[in-house]
Design a protein. Structure first.
Length: 745
């Protein structure tokens, strides 16, 4: 959202109040953080006593919920409606991670991070890490804006709603701006399919079902980190408007509606340090079961299927030695127009209990598609409406529309009874043999409604997905245990990383869509999400066999791998015999990597560092990595560069050192760009210098005893010793110490 017309002028209809002077500084107490610094920032320079009359003040409060994290809250009228932020499991007063805070006349220090407010004019708030300034809020940065009905703030034309959101324009907004240094780059802000580096972009944090080929995103996270070694979370689950070096090219600007804005600054100095602190505050990823890393096969969306079709797919995969771990039933496991009634369509699945038993006998897990909507024709609609379990309009009528399913309503997860009712339907499915759920949708959440707990509709739009996925995840944790619960979720907001796995949404079956899908996953990883998947071959349309084969290699080197599409089956023999061989090749590679991948997932739960991660996260001091968005790290040791061209040519960068192809054993010297040509059975998959990869003995399943027949593959380019830990799915752990000194190849 843009408030200015160039550097000096305001847009028509915008009335500002800027923090111009630090008038006084008092010690205070934050309700949860303890010691605080409370600042009265006047909106004019105070020259005499009379200047204090009829003069608005912005109250700025500094506190610290965790070591190395500073909370900043900017308020105009503190008695207005207070919007709660995200649930922050790490911000527990007096907890193990509680910050040790030092306060002194406008200075608040929490571990390596210090915030300093200068007395007097002009306004100045600086942040430094170990004495080095990383960013700050300066001239005309903190502000409150009154917005007239005809204001031209978005997108520069008058209107009653925020562009593209059906969100009513607010009467006021609070804005902050933080400095960008020369050459400083911004990453994150959730899943975004455009350029990985966000500088120069306008980003609206507003969950939407827009596909991967748009500026919209399913997973919007108001958190970014920068190449200068810090991160920022805007603690507001509603619409947050970011202008990243765009409206004010020297600054990152963010604004929210209402009378208050709260944000956190996270110290580095490395991106890993930032993510560790961010996920400690907002929650770490759960451990997901080993079987979930295997290949997921789906019915696809609008295809015709019944038990005979499903069985034929599974048996043919086994006959062709293509290991499948999970079979997924998409929408039409239920009867059309009835979604969701959680009942197997009796016309095509007359014996669901027997079918589930037969699938389990084939050593498969079963996933079923669900969403949070109840169609009008579903028998559950009347039940839920009468009990008050569906979201209502302000006039008390049930909110309904005809998108997706005719007359559908929306389960009100702010009502504990509604949540329990919905969970009861899922528990019945789990009791019958369903192992996990694909939690689709959760983005099309209306704002012209009244929630059971009186939540602000704007804030609930993004936050709804958290309540929805939490309700489902809790069912699986209760039924299967914490280490056996896994979702396949599309929507998320800050904290959603606690309930993995998430997939990238609706893409198309092309090489460009493959690239945009990867950018979305990298951006999401920069936002604290440890696990990630995508539809192999693309969702919309049917991929060319070459696209399918290249995407298969990419998909099977992501943390989670699913064959799924819209209107056509994604079994590899539907493309050609070579596609079968490619699927077999990379499925087997992934299954032998399971000791490495499963340990990386466990480490992510402990540290907050993603398994699927951007190269910049692993090599932050190599400036050549700054803009890389067509390659990634799988764990800390493996570099992957998917091939996204018909001719098999791929260009990628390797940092300094000796890198070794995991597939061929060839060694190359890094520190430069490489151009290689690969057939469909290969791609750049390089072990970093001195890597030690635990290599499993089995290539037929993901959940086996990793210690039985384990090989430690040790690669050239390292020195000293390395400790490598391997944990089996049953929880047995062994740590190996490896001497790298004599390794030459």
């Amino acid at each position: 959202m843009k408030f200015t017309d160039g550097f000096w002028q305001l847009r028509p209809g915008v009335s500002p109040l800027y923090a111009k002077e630090t008038y006084d500084i008092d010690p205070g107490s934050h309700p949860t953080d303890g010691e605080a610094v409370v600042v009265s920032a006047t909106t004019a320079i105070i020259g005499q006593r009379g200047d204090t009359l009829n003069r608005p003040v912005l109250t700025v409060t500094l506190s610290s919920p965790l070591e190395g994290v500073v909370r900043v809250r900017i308020e105009r009228h503190v008695g207005g409606r207070r919007h709660d932020g995200f649930a922050l499991p790490g911000a527990v007063s007096g907890g193990a991670g509680a910050a040790s805070v030092t306060r002194d006349d406008g200075m608040l220090q929490s571990g390596p991070l210090t915030a300093r407010i200068r007395r007097g004019a002009p306004w100045s708030l600086d942040f430094d890490v170990d004495g080095r300034r990383i960013t700050g809020s300066g001239f005309r940065a903190p502000a409150w804006f009154g917005i007239a009905d005809d204001a031209q703030v978005d997108p520069g034309m008058p209107g009653e709603t925020v562009s593209g959101m059906n969100l009513p324009r607010a009467a006021s907004y609070v804005r902050e701006q933080l400095d960008l240094g020369v050459g400083e780059l911004v990453y994150g802000l959730g899943e975004r399919f455009g350029p990985l580096v966000k500088n120069g972009q306008t980003v609206d944090i507003w969950n939407a079902d827009g596909g991967t080929s748009s500026e919209q995103a399913y997973k919007n996270i108001p958190f970014y980190l920068t190449s200068s070694g810090y991160g920022v979370l805007v603690n507001d689950p509603g619409h947050v408007s970011f202008e990243v070096g765009s409206e004010a090219v020297e600054r990152v600007q963010f604004a929210v509606s209402g009378e208050a804005l709260e944000y956190f600054v996270f110290a580095g100095p490395t991106p890993k340090d930032v993510l560790a602190r961010y996920t400690e505050l907002t929650g770490r990823a759960a451990i997901v079961p080993a079987w979930s890393y295997g290949l997921w096969l789906s019915t696809s969306f609008t295809t015709d299927y019944d038990e005979a079709t499903v069985t034929s797919f599974i048996d043919e995969m086994a006959r062709r030695e293509l290991p499948v771990s999970v079979f997924h039933f998409d929408c039409f496991w239920m009867r059309e127009f009835n979604w969701c009634d959680f009942e197997w369509d009796p016309r095509v699945f007359p014996d669901p209990d027997g079918m589930l038993e037969r699938l389990h006998a084939k050593d498969l897990r079963v996933s079923v598609w669900i969403n949070p909507y109840i169609a009008q024709r579903s028998p559950l609609f009347a039940e839920a409406a009468e009990a008050g379990y569906l979201v209502r309009r302000p006039d008390g009528t049930v909110w309904q529309w005809d998108k997706w399913q005719a007359g559908m309503g929306l389960v009100d997860f702010t009502n504990p009874d509604a949540t329990g009712w919905y969970q009861g339907k899922l528990r019945a499915l789990v009791d019958r043999g369903v192992d996990c759920f694909k939690t689709d949708f959760g983005e099309r959440i209306p704002v012209d409604v009244a929630w059971a707990d009186a939540s602000d509709p704007e804030r609930m739009h993004n936050l709804y997905t958290q309540l929805y996925n939490r309700a489902v995840h809790d069912v699986l944790v209760d039924a299967r245990g914490a280490g056996e619960a896994v979702l396949f979720a599309r929507s998320a907001t800050a904290g959603g990383q606690q309930m993995p796995v998430h997939w990238g949404g609706d893409n198309t079956s092309t090489f460009p869509s493959m690239a945009e899908t990867l950018r979305g996953g990298l951006s999401l990883a920069f936002s604290g999400f440890a696990h990630w998947s995508h539809d192999i071959g693309g969702f919309e349309g049917t991929p060319d066999p070459l696209v399918y084969k290249r995407w298969t290699a990419f998909g099977l080197l992501s943390t989670h791998s699913r064959l799924h599409g819209s209107s056509s089956y994604r079994v590899p023999w539907n493309f050609d015999d070579e596609a079968v061989a490619v699927t077999r090749r990379f499925t087997q590679v992934k299954l032998q990597l399971m000791p490495y991948l499963y340990q990386a997932g466990r480490d992510a739960a402990a540290t907050g560092i993603p398994v699927f991660r951007p190269v910049q996260l692993e090599f932050p001091h190599d400036r050549a990595t700054a803009y890389l968005d067509r390659q990634f790290m799988l764990g800390s040791e493996l570099m992957v560069a998917p091939v996204m061209s018909a001719d098999g040519e791929v260009e990628f960068y390797l940092p300094t050192g000796i890198w070794t192809s995991l597939l061929t054993g060839e060694t190359v010297e890094g520190g430069s760009w490489r151009r290689e040509t690969h057939d469909v059975f290969s791609l750049p998959l390089y072990a970093r210098p001195g890597a030690v990869i635990p290599w499993g003995a089995r290539a037929d399943r993901p959940d086996y005893d990793y210690l039985d027949g384990l090989t430690l593959r040790v690669f050239a380019g390292g020195s000293g010793t390395r400790d490598v830990t391997v944990t089996t799915p049953e929880g047995r752990t062994e740590t190996f110490t490896v001497d790298l000194a004599d390794v030459t190849g």
